[in-house]
Design a protein around this ligand. Structure first.
Ligand code: PLP
Length: 721
C-alpha cells in the first residue's frame, strides 16, 4: 500500500507560517504601537522560525541509520545552488547599498559568504550547510547522546555571544575570546554555534518519534514558550542582549513544537516547500521595492509608516509573487510529474466513518471493562496500516495487535502510543529492538521465554497458552503435560527480564455453532481458566487476560476478559457470507476495491479473449479492459467463475482469464459506458453490492485471505460517507 507516501502536512504547513514569521522579524509589524509588543513578537516569538527550518532539514537529513553520504551531498549541493542564485539575485541591492565599495572587500566578502550572508537574511543558507555537515558527522561518529552534548555545548557557547553577552562582557578573557570570534563571524547565530543542536533534534525525532504523547507535547510547548518569553523579557530589561536570536528555552520549545507538527499527516504538497523557500528568499527584495515605490509615489504614509500596513503589504506581495512563480514552475515541469502518479489505476476506498461505526458497535457488544484490541496485521487486513491505525488511534483505541516486529515498529513510526502486541515469533536476539519501540512480545513456549530472558534486556510480554489449537503457546492442553507446563508458566513469572502484562489463548472453532465445535471451544475456555485459577491460588498477580477474536466475541459474548482481539469484524465483514453467529451486529464494510476502464473494444462472434483462449464469443459483443489483475490481489481463481463487477450501478461479468495486471469484462448489455469510468470489484453502487465474503467464496477462500492479499500497487483513498 502507498501508506509510506503520507507526508508530514503539519510540517509543510508550518513552513509557510515560519516564512511569514521571518517577514515579521524584518518588518516589525507592531513597532508603531508598542515597543514591548514589538520586542515580544519579533525578538522572541518569531525566533522559532529559523530553528524550525533547521529542524526540518535535520528531520529529513540526519539519521543514525544513514551510512552513506549521498543524502548529505544532495542537501549541500541543493542549498549551495539556492545560495548562489540568491547571491546573484541580490547583487543589484548590494550595489545600491555600496556593498562593493567597502574597505577590505575581499576578506569581508569571504566572511560574508561563509557566515554572515551577503545580504542580511542570507546568513541562513551557509548556516544550514555548515550546521548540516557538522551534525551529520557528529551523529555518525558519536551517536545521538554524545553528539547532543557537543551540539548543546556549542549552542551554550553561542548564547554568550548573543542574548547573554551582557553577562560575560566585563570578563576580559571571555570577552577577548568572543571579540576574536566576531572578527570571523558577526554573530554566534551561525552554522557552528546555532544550527547543529536543531539539526540534531530534527534527526533524533525522525529516528524515534514514539517517545512523546500529543497532550504532553502541547502542554510542554506552551510552557517552554512562556519560559522563553520570561527569559527574553528579563534579558531585554537588563540590557544583556548583544543580539536576540538565541535563547536557552528556544531549544526545548522547538523540540515540543516539532512533535506537535509531526502528528498531522496527509497528502504530500511539494509546492508548500517551494512556496516557503521563495517567500524566504524574495521578501527583502519586496521590502525594498515597496519602500522605493512608496518613496517615488509619495505614499510612504500609506505603505511604510504604519508598521502593520507595511507588514501586510510585504506579506501579500511576497506570497502572491511566490505563488505565481511556483505555479509557473509547476507548469513548466508539470508534465514530467504526472507520468509518475497513476492514482486511479486500481485503488481501494477506505470509509473511516464505517470503521468508527464498527468500533462503537463492537465495543457495545463487549462486557463493561473489556477493551478492544485492534488487530492490524498484514497492512490492517489489506486496508492500509497507516490509514487504519492512525484513525483508530484518533478515536481512542489504545491496544493494537500485529503479526511481526516490523509491523509494530511501523505503528510506532506512525505515532501510535498504546500497547502493541506482537502475536507471532520474533527472534530473541531482537529483544533490544522490542524494548526500544516499547512493543509487547508473545511468549510462544517455555523455551522461547527462557531464550528471551537470557538476552538480559527488560521486555514486555504476554504468555500464550495452547488450549487446543496446537499452533503457538505453552502446552496446557493435555492433562499429562499440564503439571510440568504449569511449573514452566510459574517460573516465567519469576524471570528477571520479562515483564508479563498479559496472558491469552486463541480459539480455533469459535466461528462454528455445530454442537461438537461448541463443546471443543468450551473445553478450550475451561482449560484457560483452569490455568488462571492455578496461578491465582499460588498468589501470582493475574495480568490482563484475553481469549476472543472476532468470532469469539460474536459467539461467546458472555466471557469477561480484559481485551477482545478483533480483526475481521473491525473491517465490517465476516469471513464467510453465510456466517451464523449468536450475536448479529450491524457492521459496515470499510473497504471498496475499484479499477479503471482503460479500453473498450468490439469482439466478433468466434473471437477468443485472453490467455488460454478459454473465452470465445458466441455472438458479437463489446468488452472493456480493467486495469487490475491478480498481482493486485484479485484472485486468478475467479476466471470463468461468473464473477461480476459494478459500473454505473450495473452488473458486468468478468470474462476470460484474469491476467497479472488486467482483466476483461463483458459490457454488451450495459448502457452508456466509456473509457475512464470506474468499476467496483468489491463494494456498493446505488442499491447493488458485491460483498467481500461472496467474492472470497467464489475464489474458494475466506474474506480474510482475499483482503489481506490486496497488492502493494493498489492505492489507498480515504473517503467520508
Ligand atoms: C489474527 C488473529 C486475531 C484476529 O482474528 P479475527 O478473526 O480476524 O478477528 C486474533 N488473535 C490472534 C492470535 C490472531 O492471530
Amino acid at each position: 500500500m502507498k501508506t509510506v507516501n503520507k507526508s508530514y502536512i503539519g510540517i509543510d504547513l508550518f513552513r509557510i507560517v515560519a516564512a511569514i514569521l521571518i517577514i515579521v522579524i524584518h518588518t516589525s509589524p507592531l513597532s508603531t504601537y508598542s515597543e514591548w509588543g514589538d520586542f515580544i513578537l519579533t525578538r522572541v516569538i518569531a525566533r522559532i522560525a529559523v530553528p524550525f527550518f533547521f529542524m526540518t532539514s535535520g528531520f529529513f537529513l540526519i539519521s543514525r541509520y544513514q551510512y552513506n553520504t549521498k543524502k548529505l551531498r544532495i542537501f549541500v549541493k541543493k542549498t549551495m545552488l539556492i545560495y548562489g542564485i540568491a547571491i546573484i539575485l541580490y547583487i543589484p541591492i548590494n550595489i545600491y547599498n555600496h556593498y562593493f565599495q567597502m574597505e577590505n572587500l575581499l576578506p569581508n566578502f569571504i566572511k560574508d559568504i561563509v557566515f554572515d550572508g551577503t545580504l542580511y537574511h542570507l546568513w541562513y543558507l551557509p548556516a544550514a550547510i555548515i550546521g548540516g555537515v557538522i551534525t551529520w558527522y557528529l551523529v555518525r561518529k558519536l551517536g545521538y547522546y554524545k553528539a547532543f552534548v557537543v551540539a548543546a555545548t556549542l549552542y551554550f557557547i553561542g548564547l554568550f555571544g548573543d542574548s547573554y553577552y551582557g553577562l560575560i562582557k566585563n570578563n576580559s578573557i571571555l570577552n577577548g575570546f568572543y571579540i576574536l570570534l566576531f572578527q570571523i563571524s558577526d554573530y554566534t547565530r551561525n552554522g557552528v554555534f546555532f544550527a547543529p543542536v536543531f539539526f540534531l533534534l530534527g534527526g533524533w525525532t525522525a529516528d524515534c518519534q514514539s517517545c512523546l504523547g500529543q497532550t504532553t507535547a502541547r502542554i510542554m510547548f506552551v510552557l517552554m514558550m512562556l519560559f522563553m518569553l520570561a527569559e527574553g523579557i528579563i534579558l531585554h530589561q537588563f540590557h544583556l542582549q548583544r543580539h536576540d536570536s538565541m535563547y536557552f528555552f528556544l531549544v526545548p520549545s522547538m523540540y515540543f513544537l516539532f512533535h506537535i507538527l509531526l502528528h498531522f499527516r496527509g497528502e504530500r504538497h511539494n509546492w508548500m516547500r517551494n512556496l516557503s523557500l521563495l517567500i524566504y528568499i524574495i521578501h527583502p527584495m519586496i521590502i525594498v521595492i515597496i519602500r522605493f515605490t512608496a518613496k517615488t509615489l509619495h505614499v510612504q504614509i500609506l505603505l511604510v509608516e504604519n508598521s502593520i500596513v507595511h507588514f501586510g503589504a510585504v506579506v501579500v506581495m511576497s506570497v502572491l509573487f511566490s505563488m505565481a512563480a511556483v505555479m509557473l514552475w509547476s507548469k513548466i515541469t508539470g508534465k514530467k510529474k504526472k507520468q509518475g502518479t497513476e492514482i486511479d489505476r486500481a485503488y481501494i476506498e477506505i470509509n473511516l466513518d464505517n470503521l468508527t461505526h464498527n468500533v462503537k458497535v463492537l465495543s457495545k457488544a463487549m462486557p463493561p471493562k473489556c477493551e478492544l484490541m485492534a488487530v492490524v496485521k498484514a497492512q490492517a487486513y489489506g486496508h492500509g496500516l497507516y490509514e487504519i491505525a492512525t484513525h483508530l488511534d484518533k478515536i481512542g483505541i489504545r491496544a493494537f495487535a500485529v503479526a511481526t516486529i516490523d509491523e509494530g515498529i511501523a505503528l510506532r513510526k506512525y505515532g501510535i502510543q498504546g500497547e502493541i502486541l506482537i502475536l507471532g515469533y520474533t527472534p530473541p536476539e531482537q529483544a533490544r529492538v522490542i524494548q526500544k519501540y516499547n512493543l509487547t512480545q508473545t511468549l510462544i513456549d517455555y523455551d522461547y521465554a527462557y531464550r528471551l530472558n537470557a538476552q538480559k534486556c527488560k521486555v514486555k510480554t504476554n504468555i500464550k497458552l495452547d488450549t487446543g489449537m496446537h499452533r503457538l503457546g505453552f502446552d496446557v492442553w493435555t492433562d499429562k503435560h499440564l503439571e510440568k507446563e504449569m511449573q514452566n508458566v510459574f517460573s516465567v513469572f519469576s524471570m528477571k527480564y520479562l515483564k508479563i502484562n498479559g496472558i491469552y489463548t486463541h480459539l480455533c472453532v469459535a466461528d462454528s455453532l455445530a454442537q461438537k465445535d461448541i463443546l471443543f471451544t468450551r473445553q478450550q475456555i475451561a482449560i484457560f481458566y483452569k490455568v488462571i485459577n492455578r496461578l491465582k491460588k499460588q498468589g501470582v498477580p493475574i495480568p490482563k487476560i484475553h481469549i476472543q477474536s472476532s468470532y469469539g466475541l460474536l459467539n461467546y459474548p458472555e466471557l469477561k476478559c480484559n481485551y477482545v482481539r478483533a480483526g475481521i469484524s473491525l473491517y465490517g465483514v465476516l469471513s464467510t457470507s453465510n456466517a451464523q453467529t449468536k450475536l448479529q451486529l450491524d457492521l459496515k464494510p470499510v473497504l471498496a476495491l475499484k479499477a479503471k476502464i482503460v479500453l473498450i473494444r468490439k469482439v466478433q462472434e468466434g473471437d477468443s479473449v485472453g490467455y488460454g483462449r478459454i473465452f470465445v464469443a458466441d455472438k458479437d459483443c463489446c468488452i472493456a479492459i480493467l486495469s487490475i489483475g491478480y498481482a493486485d490481489g484479485f484472485p486468478r481463481m475467479l476466471s470463468g467463475k461468473e464473477q461480476y463487477v459494478l459500473i454505473n450501478g450495473q452488473l458486468a461479468p468478468i470474462i476470460a482469464r484474469i491476467c497479472m495486471d488486467q482483466l476483461a469484462i463483458d459490457i454488451t448489455k450495459l448502457s452508456s459506458i466509456c473509457v475512464g469510468m470506474t468499476a467496483t470489484l468489491i463494494g456498493r453502487e446505488n442499491d447493488k453490492e458485491i460483498t467481500a465474503p461472496t467474492v472470497a467464496e467464489n475464489a474458494e477462500s475466506i474474506t480474510n485471505e482475499l483482503l489481506s492479499r490486496i497488492g502493494t500497487r493498489v492505492r489507498v483513498k480515504e473517503i467520508k460517507s
